[in-house]
Design a protein around this ligand. Structure first.
Ligand code: GCO
Ligand code: MG
Length: 399
């Protein structure tokens, strides 16, 4: 019987090819005893070393197991990891393995993952652009870049107009952000979705003032308006504002997602396949969200294997709304990694119909971009920024 023979986390990247966190990806390759290969992807955000170590721990547990037994592997890992299971490193390793095992399963049965789940609900996926606003600082910069993105066919744009503010934002910061959003709205018109990214960095009091200033521009959602651990602040934000909320990129399992759903704290759920438990958990969470009338808008910021796997879920989840994509704003090597197989056309990703994740990973590009240990840091620069949108004097705005 076919068994898992090896699980390898391969750090790939090109120093300086994008923002620090975006210049690297963690691709996980699973090999079986019959020589079959499956590919997954883990969260790279400046923890590549820890994720690689967690993947080695995971490999020591799952080598010899049946690659078909995905649920059993999830539970076995939970039991093995004990305290560590509630960590992004541990769930990132499991998530990448899960994606690779679904890739293997699809290749074995000759079907794309969405066929193994609920079948095609849609053949193309409405996608919004992120990563498009590099080097934008003024309202004019953002408006000009936004117009270019809409001309590419996108019907949705996400951006972070808050520069270097953290925790507290003063009146000047709120005015500057509102001017940026106003300029983008003016440039793209009323029918393009605008999503306002807060990167989970404000107190509820600041986030409420931001909502009061920006709601007039009809954002589709306000993303991570308060710190991700600040449930009390999110409850207050919800009671004091009338704007839709999106969050989820830092949720690690379905039980965490349920907490937000039960309390009506989220309108668009953005869990991420590469850290929430892969295809298996992200699919279960979509059903949970559906029972609360919440739409799915999976987080998708890292690499081409994540992007392809996420499209497989988008293809079959009934309560899917809109898909984040950096695809056109990836460094070229990320598109090359899958032979540029998931282009965005007229604002939509087509659903890949190949077996498994639907695309093939180019082993030559994988090998030529190995970058073990690549973890760039720009002193003082926040981890989340899109390159060139953080200016030195922003540091003075952190109280
Ligand atoms: O919604 C998103 O796509 C994320 O918040 C990105 O903007 C972050 O910068 C990235 O995930 C950091 O690793
Ligand atoms: Mg985000």
């Amino acid at each position: 019987m076919d068994r898992i023979r090896g699980v390898e986390a391969i750090v790939v990247g090109e120093r300086g090819s994008a923002a620090t966190w975006a210049s690297v990806a963690v691709i996980v390759r699973v090999e079986t005893s019959s020589g079959r290969m499956g590919y997954g992807e883990a969260v790279p955000t400046l923890r590549t070393g820890q994720v690689v170590e967690a993947t080695k721990r995971l490999a020591s547990v799952v080598v010899g197991m049946d690659p078909h037994a995905i649920e059993l592997i999830h539970r076995t890992w939970m039991r093995e990891e004990f305290y560590l299971h509630r960590s992004i490193e541990s769930t990132a390793a499991l998530s990448a393995l899960d994606i690779a095992l679904w890739d293997l399963k699809g290749r074995e049965f000759g079907a794309p993952i969405h066929e193994l789940l609920g079948g095609a609900y849609r053949r193309r996926v409405l996608s919004y652009a992120n990563g498009w606003y590099g080097n934008c600082r003024t309202p004019g910069d953002f408006a000009e870049a936004a117009s270019r993105v809409v001309k590419m066919g996108y019907r949705g744009l996400k951006f972070d107009p808050f520069g270097g503010y953290f925790d507290y934002i003063d009146g000047a910061g709120v005015r500057r952000a509102a001017e940026i959003v106003s300029a983008v709205r003016e440039a793209v018109g009323e029918d393009v979705h605008l999503m306002i990214e807060h990167h989970g960095r404000f107190s509820y009091e600041s986030a409420v003032r931001i909502a009061d200033a920006i709601s007039r521009y009809s954002p589709l959602f306000m993303e991570e308006p308060v710190h991700p651990h600040d449930l009390e602040g999110l409850r207050r934000y919800r009671s004091l504002t009338r704007v839709p909320v999106a969050l989820g990129e830092r949720i690690l399992n379905k039980e965490e997602a349920l907490q937000y759903l039960r309390e009506g704290l989220v309108d668009f759920l953005q869990v991420d396949l590469t850290n929430v438990g892969g295809v298996t958990e992200a699919w279960k969470i979509a059903a949970l969200a559906d029972s609360f009338g919440v739409k799915m808008a999976y987080h998708n910021a890292f690499g081409p294997v994540q992007n392809a796997a996420t499209l497989q879920l988008d293809a079959t989840v009934p309560n899917f709304m809109i898909q984040e994509t950096f695809y056109d704003f990836f460094p070229q090597w990320k598109r090359d990694l899958i032979g540029d197989a998931t282009k965005v056309v007229d604002g939509y990703h087509a659903v890949p119909d190949g077996p498994g994740i639907g695309v093939d990973v180019r082993e030559d590009v994988l090998e030529s971009h190995r970058a073990e240990g690549l973890e760039e840091r720009v002193p003082g620069e926040p981890v989340w920024v899109v390159r060139g949108t953080w200016v030195e004097d922003d540091a003075s705005r952190i109280p």
